[in-house]
Write a protein that binds this ligand. Structure first.
Ligand SMILES: Cc1ncc(C[n+]2csc(CCOP(=O)(O)OP(=O)(O)O)c2C)c(N)n1
Ligand SMILES: CC(=O)[C@@H](O)[C@H](O)COP(=O)(O)O
Ligand SMILES: [Mg+2]
Length: 642
């Protein structure tokens, strides 16, 4: 992608002169709408160029170009406070806040993050990637600014309609309305989450979009009502109430007005002068205000506007005369595909089985399941806590719900996993997709804590497939197990092992190969790297490989057997070293009074892993065949010395 150079090799300032000349966002305040609109065209050109080179968030960013320009024209966010909810739509913001020249590095290791990053710019206040928390942090910022004598700093949160139904948002609105402190919440309503939005809030927003205000009829209708003659009799009170009721209905936004949050809108989110006009109004209004803007996801690139689901994070594509042409995806299917197929087969065999996603139907690849079993497919929106408690309720009636939520997003449901599922010992199945390093999304999305945060719970049986064939076998075992269960798997293609799988027995590992000098015990998809490392060591060290399969309960016999005769053990997992599989292995060895000095844990470090290509990030932590082989060599030399 050539932001800093045009295709003909000219410097970026020829291709994007306005962006290239911006030191930061301050000059926008003095720009005319025409100039801002030209800058919007440059931003869209940069976005389209980016997508020729790599997967990135596309439609969401196209949809907020004008909104971003109007915000930075009306507020000085070097002084004022701005939080973009979720943060996947941050690219225009980054382009106008001094990062145009670095932009081609976005989502690559060592380059710009694809989400807000305070380390990059004072314009980015929080590193985010999980939806829904912007209004809360904005309310907190406002509160702190008042307490620290900085009340002149205005606070703005921009939140999408998909993020808006998250429970935490209503916790924040509850607080904001009561506090009566100044705050602007911009609701960016593009009718889309990643997939089409779901839920009653979505229907409410649809009604608001049809509000006369948006169609320009409101003033006339309200004016007419004000001319309705009033009489001095009891009927007057009724009529007055009716009149207010009708106005309130037309005014819309009663959900917010009743919380003492002024509602303005809906307005056209692609009309810069209109946006600036109403942002000025928001600045004048005392107390919290919600500005409802209507945008089009994918605006400005027709294929994306027509298919915002595909273009949410499309694969790299080349635009050939307005037609996007993607490079075919070849190779082994990912674990997610095997999981989706296993879910579909289970639902076909057993009417009790349901599947619940939290607005990630596309990411979980569940579209075929949604079409085939519409009555047993549930997309509850970005409401993970609700998803788990909802599953518990279903389970209580005898259904067998599968909660299909990314490892990192499932963190939001921790208390419901505890109280509504494991404490009740209900047989809910958690399928934790994206468990491990997710690559370009970075630390907000890496699913590296689920081994630790899940295995602390009693009753829960936790497992991870080491190769494709195990996925359906594990799901079937879970659905036959009358207690809570969890299966984790990464955003990676699944190993297709030429091997007859041992039957799944809860708590039992599977030996892949024996070794006289040591054993690599791999939990989950790291099995592939373990086998490659053992093969690499042939002729040098005789190393066995165990497919651990379970972290809870861990196979205590396997622990003892793998350490027998003083052999070294290297444990392997795609998760943090703190409290993970290696810790469970150590605990088992210690409980069996074995010599834990024989054990070497390979895992991700106790630090946040940045964004980048997954295989590069794994190698950085020695979670590659070469790194594992080196760990075995070191372990062997330690054991022989020991
Ligand atoms: C807690 C959480 N759950 C799920 C996601 C995955 N996710 C990222 S963006 C998105 C849709 C957001 O929709 P919206 O807020 O309307 O933004 P838009 O893409 O439409 O601009 C989802 C579900 C997430 N980032 N955080
Ligand atoms: C912003 C967000 O959270 C999602 O768009 C996420 O990036 C999707 O991840 P996958 O591409 O791995 O489904
Ligand atoms: Mg949306």
């Amino acid at each position: 992608m050539k932001t800093t150079e045009s295709e003909s090799g000219h410097p970026g300032e020829l291709r994007h002169p306005l962006l290239a000349a911006l030191p930061d966002a301050r000059p926008l305040a003095g720009m005319s709408s025409e100039t801002l609109e030209k800058m919007g065209g440059e931003i869209r050109d940069v976005l389209c160029n980016l997508l020729a080179t790599r997967t990135a968030h596309f439609a969401s960013n196209l949809g907020v170009v004008e909104l971003c320009l109007a915000l930075h024209a009306e507020f000085d966010f070097q002084h004022d406070r701005l939080i973009w909810d979720t943060g996947h739509q941050i690219y225009p913001h980054k382009l106008v806040t001094g990062r145009y020249s670095q932009f081609e590095s976005i989502r690559t290791r060592g380059g710009l993050m694809g989400y807000p990053n305070p380390a990059e710019s004072p314009y980015d206040l929080f590193m985010t990637g999980h939806a829904g928390s912007s209004v809360s942090t904005a309310v907190g910022l406002r509160s702190g600014d008042i307490l620290t004598g900085q009340a002149d700093r205005r606070t703005v949160a921009v939140i999408g309609d998909g993020a808006f139904p998250s429970g935490i948002v209503f916790e924040a609105l509850n607080n904001a309305g009561a506090s009566k402190e100044d705050l602007t919440v911009v609701l960016n309503d593009n009718k889309m989450s990643i997939c089409h939005r779901t839920g009653a809030v979505a229907s409410y927003l649809d009604r608001l979009r049809n509000n006369p205000f948006y169609t320009g009829l409101k003033h006339e209708v309200v004016r007419l009502l004000d001319h309705v003659p009033m009489f001095g009799d009891p009927a007057e009170r009724l009529l007055a109430q009716m009149k207010e009721g009708v106005k309130a209905g037309l005014l819309g936004g009663m959900l917010f007005e009743e919380l003492d949050i002024r509602y303005i809108g809906p307005i056209d989110g692609h009309n810069i002068p209109l946006l600036r006009k109403y942002m000025k109004l928001c600045k004048e209004i005392e107390g919290p205000v919600l500005l409802h803007v209507v945008t089009e996801k994918g605006h400005g690139y027709k294929p994306a506007a027509e298919d915002p689901v595909f273009f949410h994070t499309p694969p790299a594509f080349e635009d050939r005369g307005g037609t996007p042409v993607t490079r075919g995806s070849e190779g082994r299917p990912p674990y997610t595909t095997h999981a989706r197929n296993a879910i579909g087969e289970a639902m076909k065999r057993d009417d009790r089985v349901t599947v619940i996603t939290a607005a990630m139907c596309q990411g979980n690849k569940l579209e075929p399941v949604r079409e085939r079993f519409p009555e047993r497919f549930f997309d509850v929106g970005i409401c993970e806590s609700h998803a788990v408690a909802f599953a518990a309720g279903q389970c209580k009636t005898g259904m067998r719900p599968i909660v299909d939520i990314y490892s990192t997003f499932l963190q939001r449901s921790f208390d419901q996993i505890f109280q509504e599922v494991v404490l009740q010992d209900l047989p809910v199945v958690f399928m934790m997709d994206r468990a491990g390093l997710t690559g370009p999304d970075g630390p907000t999305h890496h699913g590296v804590y689920d081994i630790g945060y899940m295995r602390v719970f009693p009753n829960l049986c936790l497992m991870a497939p080491g190769y494709a064939a195990e996925v359906p076998m594990m799901l079937d075992a879970c659905l036959s197990h009358d207690h809570p269960t969890g299966i984790r798997y990464p955003k990676a293609s699944a190993l297709e092992l030429d091997h007859t799988p041992a039957p799944i027995v809860m708590g039992k590992a599977e030996w892949i190969r024996e070794g006289d000098d040591g054993t690599i015990v791999a939990y989950g998809a790291m099995l592939e790297q373990a086998i490659a490392a053992a093969e690499k060591l042939e002729g040098e060290l005789s190393v066995g490989v165990v497919n651990a399969r379970f972290v809870k309960p861990i196979d205590h016999e396997m622990v003892a057997k793998s350490m027998a005769d003083g052999r070294f053990v290297v444990t392997l997992e795609e998760g943090t070293i703190v409290g993970g599989f290696g810790s469970a292995f150590l605990e088992s060895a210690a409980d069996q009074r074995l010599d834990t000095r024989q054990i070497h844990r390979l895992a991700l470090p106790d630090e946040f892993v940045e964004h980048g290509d997954r295989s590069d990030l794994l190698s950085d932590s020695s979670l590659s065949a070469e790194g594992i082989a080196d760990a075995c060599r070191n372990a062997a030399s330690n054991v022989s010395v020991g």
